[in-house]
Design a binder for this molecule. Structure first.
Ligand code: ATP
Ligand code: MG
Length: 216
């Protein structure tokens, strides 16, 4: 979306960060409903290079996660995928990404960082969370199992003066962890992600434990 804001008219760009290991219908519906609710010109999916919060497990190679994002979003002209976090290397910090995007786009482009109710709660732990607040408004979407209680909202808003919009979206209790577990156990993940992603996972034999399991 290099021409975003180039004609001088204000535009809003949604940013959907995540590990996307793998991308699933929860991510896609979340981005689509945020796009619609906040009249975002586009949503960019940005797979994390080396997620700081996921050091407890081996993350699938960035090239695979990136490719699955591309496959999943290809049919939506308002969706795009960026490799900026992957190309930057090192640990992934959202603030660096937002700074890069801010420098790339003209001032009339507003950045909106989309995040699920679970991830928004960890913002307080992010490096330079106050700087993030200056660079983008947040869109906090509902996610089954993670209540956005009044106390949690107060906590989020109290630290770093975040401007947050809350959005109730269709409840999809889908997670990448569940998809990985299912594949490892030989259970089906069909319809939990896009068909092209499903095919990719099968072809590349991703998430298999012992070579015997895999999506059916
Ligand atoms: P994992 O189980 O590995 O943590 P995940 O499903 O949580 O994977 P992430 O890549 O961690 O996926 O999440 C990226 C972003 O998408 C986060 O902001 C997260 O809150 C949001 N998200 C993921 N799944 C859903 C869902 N089902 N509903 C709403 N938001 C979601
Ligand atoms: Mg997660």
């Amino acid at each position: 979306f290099d021409d975003l804001g180039a004609d001088g008219r204000p535009a809003r760009l949604g940013i959907m960060g995540g590990t996307f290991d793998p991308i699933h219908i929860g991510h896609l519906a979340c981005a689509e409903q945020a796009r619609e609710a906040f009249e975002l010109a586009a949503v960019v999916f940005i797979p994390a290079g080396n997620p700081v919060f996921k050091k407890d497990r081996a993350v699938t190679p960035a090239a695979d996660r990136l490719e699955m994002c591309r496959l999943a979003t290809r049919s939506n002209p308002a969706f795009d995928v960026s490799a900026i976090e992957i190309e930057r290397g090192g640990d992934t910090y959202t603030v660096d990404t937002l700074r890069q995007l801010r420098a790339h786009y003209p001032d009339n482009v507003e950045l909106r960082f989309i995040t699920g109710a679970d991830a928004v709660a960890s913002i307080v732990a992010w490096r330079e969370s106050a700087a993030i607040a200056d660079l983008a408004r947040l869109i906090a979407v509902t996610r089954p199992g993670y209540a956005l209680s009044d106390e949690r909202r107060a906590l989020i808003e109290g630290r770093g003066n975040f401007a947050v919009d809350y959005l109730e979206i269709t409840s999809l209790a889908v997670s990448s962890s569940d998809l990985r577990r299912r594949v490892a156990a030989g259970a089906s993940i069909r319809y939990l992600t896009m068909q092209r992603v499903f095919d990719y996972i099968r072809e590349k034999r991703l998430y298999r434990d012992d070579g015997e399991g895999g999506p059916r």
